[in-house]
Design a binder for this molecule. Structure first.
Ligand code: GRF
Length: 232
């Protein structure tokens, strides 16, 4: 099984790049069919050009309402033949109709350990609150922003002197691991959702594993990922 992706993003596109790199290196069994942005000057469009992926950018300001904007994006996704939607820094609330069309086939990356610090400034809100552990979450998308079933999370420690400039690269480094990983599990058909809990089908035994974690240290410091990535 493989998946065909529509990647939606509003920013510089480092997560989109991580997904495209994972595909290129064979770690992610997927094809990127189209990259969409609501910001016609977003850096992610340059990433699309670099990797030769078709892109589509339209400002939401040119549409009368959210429904009209989302149905235009849905049309582009359909025509590109994508079956899975990746929100890789897409900074817009989606309409219920769009969300329902991709139920169980749309994932989002959020720069905090949900359900804490949902919203557009997850990482800076966590820092301002004074947390000692921060991180990121990949989750299925439902009708409530930053709320759907959690697939994988990574945690990084926060030191008291740290500001956003120091913390963000460590969160991004984890995002770039867990987003392609979640997509690979989806591609392999290994994710099941029951009572909003996501379990991971074990490849060998064909049963569902509890969430086991992996700890490590990279050049930016220690981290913890649950469930353990099996791409690395
Ligand atoms: C990431 O931190 C992601 O968690 C959030 O938006 C940011 C996008 O960064 N939703 P990039 O454009 O992928 O570099």
């Amino acid at each position: 099984m493989s998946i065909t992706l529509a990647i939606m993003a509003s920013g510089k596109g480092s997560n989109c790049r991580a997904v495209l790199e994972a595909i290129k290196s064979g770690r992610l069994d997927a094809r990127a069919a189209v990259i969409l942005s609501n910001k016609p000057d977003a850096g992610v469009l340059e990433v699309a050009r670099e990797y030769g992926v078709p892109s589509f950018a339209k400002s939401h300001k040119d549409f009368p309402d959210r429904e009209a904007f989302d149905s235009e994006f849905a049309r582009v996704i359909r025509e590109a033949g994508a079956d899975t939607v990746v929100l890789a820094g897409y900074m817009r609330i989606l309409t219920p109709g769009f969300v329902q069309a991709y139920s169980g086939r749309m994932v989002n990356i959020h720069p905090a350990l949900l359900p804490s610090f949902s919203g557009p400034k997850g990482a800076s809100d966590a820092l301002a609150y004074g947390v000692r552990l921060s991180g990121c979450t990949v989750h299925f998308v439902d009708e409530i922003a930053d709320h759907g079933p959690v697939i994988i999370q990574a945690a990084v420690p926060v030191s008291s002197e740290e500001d956003e400039t120091a913390l963000m690269p460590r969160i991004h480094a984890m995002e770039h691991i867990i987003l392609p990983q979640a997509l690979q599990w989806l591609s392999e058909g290994r994710l099941r959702i029951k009572d909003r809990k996501v379990s991971l089908l074990c490849k060998k035994k064909q049963n569902f594993l509890p969430a086991t974690g992996a700890t490590g240290i990279n050049e930016l410091g220690p981290y913890l990922i649950c469930p353990a990535p099996d791409l690395l």
